[in-house]
Design a binder for this molecule. Structure first.
Ligand code: SF4
Ligand code: SF4
Length: 350
């Protein structure tokens, strides 16, 4: 199972789609529970991945060190904005398997939303971590300023990231004209899918997660709920010891599954009712549980995003027949197409 361990609600940036720190009374800036309670829960799980999460998790690097020293997990990772990587001593970075670094693509796309100089700082951190042997994932927030093809290709071409993933800035922030923008987005998805396929023909699997994760769900097990695992194979532990289904839902009662003192109960049927008869449910799992529940853009806004989501899925799935042929012809091995989002804390579906 995936354990998103929040170390603090504080952040050292104020990116415009997120707004920065949580109020301390919602997500405290330090951990308030006894670490042995976390240890007991995690060590009972034979397939545990711990991903440090925030706020900006490195602002409480001391807690990260304590967990790395005391709580045994199969895999460790962190979701960070990449600004303060030097706070955590090198010895501890060497224990971390994967780092997801927030970067939105080209310099102008990144710095416009995250702040001047952030792009360069993240690249320095990516290089530093890669040199230490940490796997790096570029984690993009996609807005109306994104050219999905240009920005993803830019990150791939840098050669500093092992995988690229993105999330659409939709439904959880202020509504924008997503529908008009989506035409160019879907065109970019087509080009990325063609690029992915052309590399497969050469025997190379490019780790573009929103493409690879869908292909993997076709050939291997599909997703029974949100591919991030929210509430059924992933939980979030807040600094005050609550156990949530989703790390964004820090104020929402529906997200509470328990706490570190008393334990927790996973969701038994995480697929939303509206998705039960959808032809894409195996690949999509209802997309984001938080968006399903909160619907900040209303039902209409939700529907627009859903239509775009379906079109993206159609595009990616259209290359399945050719992939089957490449497997038969021995260009690629089926096992190279397997991807498990729980090991990286990615959501597959943007
Ligand atoms: S495409 Fe839409 S309806 Fe279908 S499973 Fe995903 S969220 Fe549900
Ligand atoms: S994809 Fe949605 S449900 Fe999953 S962790 Fe992100 S916000 Fe939560």
């Amino acid at each position: 199972m995936l354990w998103l361990v929040m170390t603090t609600g504080k952040c050292n940036l104020k990116c415009d789609y997120c707004g920065g720190s949580f109020p301390a009374n919602v997500v405290p800036y330090g951990v308030k529970y006894d670490i042995n309670l976390l240890k007991r829960l995690v060590e009972n799980d034979m397939e545990s991945t711990i991903i440090f999460y925030g706020g900006e998790p490195l602002l409480n690097y001391k807690f990260i060190m304590t967990v790395l020293d005391n709580v045994r997990a199969k895999r460790y990772g962190i979701q960070t904005n990449g600004i303060a990587v030097r706070l955590l001593p090198e010895k501890y970075w060497r224990k971390i398997n994967v780092a997801l670094l927030s970067i939105d693509g080209r310099e102008e796309t990144t710095d416009k939303h995250r702040g001047k100089g952030i792009y360069k700082a993240v690249l320095r951190s990516a290089k530093y971590l890669k040199d230490l042997g940490v796997e790096t994932i570029a984690r993009m927030a996609v807005t109306q300023d994104t050219d999905i093809f240009a920005d993803v290709m830019h990150l791939i071409d840098l050669g500093l990231f092992d995988k690229v993933h993105w999330q659409l800035d939709v439904i959880w922030s202020e509504e924008w004209d997503f529908k008009s923008w989506s035409f160019s987005y879907l065109h970019g998805i087509k080009r990325l899918t063609e690029y992915f396929l052309s590399e497969l023909r050469k025997g190379r699997v490019v780790k573009i997660i929103p493409i690879l994760g869908v292909i993997s769900a076709h050939f291997f097990e599909g997703y029974k709920g949100s591919p991030c695992g929210a509430g059924y194979s992933s939980v979030t532990v807040t600094p005050d010891g609550r156990i949530l289904s989703c790390p964004i839902a820090v104020r929402e009662k529906w997200a509470e599954l328990g706490n570190v003192n008393l334990g927790y109960r996973l969701l038994e049927d995480p697929l939303p009712d509206d998705c039960k008869r959808c032809e894409f449910k195996r690949y999509c799992g209802g997309r984001c549980l938080y968006a399903q529940k909160e619907r900040y853009w209303g039902d209409e806004g939700f529907k627009v995003v859903d239509e775009v989501n379906k079109e993206y899925l159609r595009t990616v799935l259209s290359i399945i027949p050719e992939i089957e042929k490449l497997i038969r012809d021995g260009n690629i091995r089926l096992s190279d197409l397997y991807y498990n989002p729980l090991l990286d804390s990615t959501e597959i579906i943007p």
